[in-house]
Write a protein that binds this ligand. Sequence first.
Ligand code: 13P
Length: 294
Amino acid sequence: MKPRCIQPGNGTRMQYCLAMLALIWYVFKTTIPSNGFGNRFASMIIAGNWKMNLTRQEAVALTTAVIPAASDNLGIILFPPSILIDTVRDHLASGNGNGGEGIALGGQDSHAAVSGPHTGDIAAPMLREAGCTWVLLGHSERRADHGETSAMVAAKAVQAIAHDLAPMICVGESLNDRQSGRAGDVVEHQLRDSLTGVEPGACFAIAYEPIWAIGTGKTAGAGDIAQMHGHIRSVLTSINADHASVPILYGGSVKPGNAGDIFDQQHVDGALVGGASLDADQFLSIIRSARSRA
Ligand code: 13P
């Protein structure tokens, strides 16, 4: 059968319109970055950063426990160590029952280059190929352990977005910054420098994680969280109006006992959970808290 040549004057006007609509849909589908939630942001996002923890067996057990928590009105992201991504992906695919929507997978870092001589690093297209739709960038542990600057984070973010990964860019002040009243300025600089080159309309999120609250059991006060998240929202808006609705997650000793208070604060769109995400009961309890507010 001969392909039908669809051109104005060489078919009906209706055929031409349908072809144009199909073309627009195809371009839209293939160019809009995905985030694992059907290209929309869930009203609340709960992310588990497993850091350098869990055996394969433990990862499977934890994933099994989290799968039933998947739901349409809440985004869940798991950030396993890269060597466990395949296992978690296969496990999610076999048991999600939600068609893969609802629980997304992310890497804990990706390099600014696509490939090359960078021993121990992982490239954005590798994560994408492994089934990730997210990547954590600029976590304070990477900034401290690997000397990552905000300029490096920006280069990684641009590359991640180019490979259809949504970066979750982490910012946060040290205790010294907070005590000397510089927290707002420090976070603003981190934001501006980490977003250099990130185009308006790109799919990304911000995680505000005060360094002094990570793994310490100390959480920022509700008022401080609200103030900093409001500040982050206005900085994002001033960088580009298109960034105004980017999700802003809080991280730093989020536990079942404090999650509700944190989620009640304005401009808090979820949590990036470390220690408590390794314990199914605690993580599920935090998810329930978020869902009741979604
Ligand atoms: P904790 O929840 O263990 O404080 O870790 C927070 C964090 O660093 C998440 O990225």
